[in-house]
Ligand binder design. Sequence first.
Ligand SMILES: Cc1cc2nc3c(=O)[nH]c(=O)nc-3n(C[C@H](O)[C@H](O)[C@H](O)COP(=O)(O)O)c2cc1C
Length: 190
Amino acid sequence: MDTIKTITRRRRSCRNFTDEALTQEKITELINDAVWVPSGSNLQPWRFVVVTGTAKLKDYSDAAKRMWLENLDRFPQMRQYEKSLRDPEFNIFYNASTLIIIYGNSDSYWHIHDCSMVALNLYLLAEEEGLSCCWIGEAHNVFADPAVKKELGIPENYQLAAPLILGHPASPRTAQENPNKRKPFEIKFL
Ligand SMILES: Cc1cc2nc3c(=O)[nH]c(=O)nc-3n(C[C@H](O)[C@H](O)[C@H](O)COP(=O)(O)O)c2cc1C
């Protein structure tokens, strides 16, 4: 039987999806469940944009790749991905057909923390339903861009928190734990 513990342990980021599209109803249901997280001062500072369709997402992928390549000096952490960014075949959304973008209201001090918890809930709820997610950090530049935000109808005081692709995983999920082991870390009791 699935429990929060088993779902948490087997959840993985997915980069290979089937062509099966998700309905707006299913996406809306997942978001409606995902927002049941704590938030600083209970301000619930999130809003969502859902981009559907592989062609639209391919255009955003191309824009993001171009923007990273034009600004590699400012973002040295992206140099490790330079080869894939230069590969015209590489799609930062892995040909997924759904992207959920979470924006947080920066009037709330904790907006990024609050929205990150919603993102994790989306991961876990998707896993429970046999769906899968992947947070796409490589899309942060394009969806934080003021011109793109304007095009999407996002007010200036909303800051990009998390772009997540979502879909049906191409490989059947197993009930096994994530083989991606955890690194050792410290727990200090005082
Ligand atoms: C903030 C953040 C940004 C990420 N950006 C990307 C990304 O751009 N592309 C990608 O393929 N995976 C991305 N990931 C997924 C991580 O690579 C993945 O979570 C990590 O390798 C651990 O694997 P797991 O999620 O399957 O446990 C990102 C994850 C986080 C939390």
